[in-house]
Write a protein of this length. Structure first.
Length: 513
């Protein structure tokens, strides 16, 4: 690892001081040992150790504070955050935002202090930590961000009633809870702290041959196939990889025996970088307008992107229950990721809503750390694979209720106390006392932004034909956001390629045929 770091840091242009405040416990000694080894990888890195009561690591560039710090030992998934903090502070790294987003960050009103409570085992936390580190570095003096390891500062986490990671504070107020990206966080910061007025308020306009919306397996395949035809392509998304980033093990892509979601996302990005593709990340789509044969795509960054053809490949997101009490308790007892938020419910009674593979896998994992797990399934039987059901039934602290509907999440706004559950056979509803509920009821298509533009079915999927064409000429769709059966990575890739080939074929033939 030290050899790898030597290679990574060989291009550093500034000198960085890793300033440690060493607490009088084992964590303090572990921090000093780990950071000393880390700094040995480059003569541009040095370590300064000061005694103290609270463990902290601050990053200084040429003797000046960068605004980036860690209250905890940045190991596990946060080791990458430490590496990128140094690299980004030097103005380097493939994760650096584009010019449009940089200007938005620089215009934030200062001063402000951001704090992210994280878990070193959380797969969603690094993206938020790294994004807010970038905010501190780019915004400059008066902007600060600190990562806090919730496992070390347990009393602080309990005092703040934090039950999900990452949880981001702006000063003493919660700014965000859960998975996010740089673009979304910048927009939330703008709303909270305001922004300085710039000279020009006119939207930035860019023209392309083709715009792909969504950068998961379908969208990236579409962009690559289109760029290989010589087209100038924009790939617009919140993050490359999409929902794939939240997948742990992937073992069903032919010729790839085993990979992970994060690795596949990185591979998709690397492949896209080989072609004439503008990757515009950290963006949500605010609307699409038709202007003759042109399509105008408006993004959350204030841009207007123009092209004659669009491929929509926005995938799907976790489906919510849609019951009273759910929205206000997300991150406060209502959770979606058992790997990230499960440890907060250690020794407590929890529920899992959903009897498919994801729900039963979550229940099995949570049974190992929680006092009890109750599975709630709307259908008459569980839908998970037999091997998973057999494993579930072998666990002594699991109870299963089928043919029930979750009617309400009961809580006080800071934590939940129970679920109101109604049997579907007409028997009286009952209260299920739980400290947390993990919602695992499948995915919903991310297509709200095309409501009224293209035809969708009753569950929101974009209706396509066998060539990935939608109801509007020049607009195509691919992957999990469409009516194509079987939501699988390999199918999404194929559909993305098909959409690109259809679009190109119709481009050279002058329209649909």
């Amino acid at each position: 690892m030290i050899d790898q770091l030597r290679s990574i840091f060989s291009a550093l242009e500034h000198h960085y001081t890793l300033k440690i405040t060493q607490s009088e416990d084992a964590n303090g000694q572990a921090m000093v040992e780990m950071i000393t080894d880390f700094a040995s990888s480059s003569d541009k890195l040095s370590v300064e150790v000061n005694p103290g009561t609270e463990l902290r690591l601050e990053l200084l560039r040429d003797g000046e504070a960068t605004g980036v710090s860690f209250r905890g030992i940045p190991t596990g998934h946060e080791f990458t955050s430490l590496i990128l903090a140094v690299f980004n502070a030097d103005g380097k790294g493939k994760n650096l935002p584009d010019e449009v987003l940089v200007r938005r960050i620089q215009s934030l009103k200062k001063p402000f202090q951001l704090t992210t409570y994280a878990s070193l085992s959380c797969t969603n936390c690094p993206e938020v930590v790294q994004a807010l580190n970038l905010v501190a570095l780019i915004a400059g003096e008066g902007a600060q961000h600190e990562m806090v390891d919730g496992a070390i500062y347990k009393e602080e986490v309990e005092r703040l009633d934090i039950s999900a990671v990452p949880t981001v504070y702006l000063g003493d107020q919660v700014l965000h809870i859960g998975q996010s990206n740089l673009g979304e966080l910048v927009l939330k910061l703008e709303a909270a702290v305001g922004k300085e007025e710039t000279e020009s308020q006119e939207p930035i306009r860019k023209s392309y041959d083709l715009i792909v919306i969504g950068a998961g397996p379908a969208g990236t395949a579409s962009a690559i196939y289109s760029a290989r035809k010589g087209l100038h392509v924009a790939l617009v998304a919140e993050r490359v990889g999409g929902q794939v980033n939240d997948t742990t093990a992937i073992e069903n892509i032919p010729s790839v025996a085993s990979t992970t979601g994060t690795q596949l996302a990185a591979d998709l990005r690397a492949h896209a970088h080989e072609y004439n593709i503008d990757i515009l990340e950290q963006r949500r789509i605010e609307g699409i307008e038709l202007a003759g044969t042109k399509k105008e795509v408006k993004t959350s960054m204030g841009e207007v992107l123009e092209a004659e053809q669009i491929i929509i490949a926005t995938g799907a997101a976790w489906r919510k229950l849609g019951v009273p009490g759910e929205a206000e308790h997300i991150g406060r007892g209502v959770a979606f990721c058992p790997h990230c938020d499960g440890p907060f419910f250690k020794g407590k009674d929890i529920a899992v809503v959903g009897g498919g593979n994801s729900g039963i896998e979550a229940a099995i994992d949570l049974a190992g750390i929680c006092k009890s797990v109750t599975v709630l399934e709307f259908a008459e039987t569980l839908k998970a694979d037999t091997v998973l059901q057999e494993k579930l039934m072998s666990l002594p602290n699991v109870t299963v209720h089928t043919s029930v509907a979750t009617q309400e999440v009961v809580g006080d706004g800071t934590k939940i106390s129970s679920l109101k559950v109604a049997p579907r056979d007409g028997k009286p509803a009952f209260d299920l006392p739980v400290a947390g509920v993990f919602v695992q009821i499948g995915l919903a298509a991310n297509t709200q932004f095309v409501d009224g533009l293209v035809e969708r079915n009753r569950i929101g999927e974009i209706v396509i034909d066998e060539r990935c064409r939608t109801s509007v000429e020049g607009i195509y769709a691919a992957g999990d956001c469409t009516t194509v059966p079987y939501k699988q990575i390999v199918i999404a890739m194929g559909e993305g390629a098909k959409a690109a080939l259809t679009a190109f074929d119709e481009r050279i033939r002058g329209g649909q045929h």
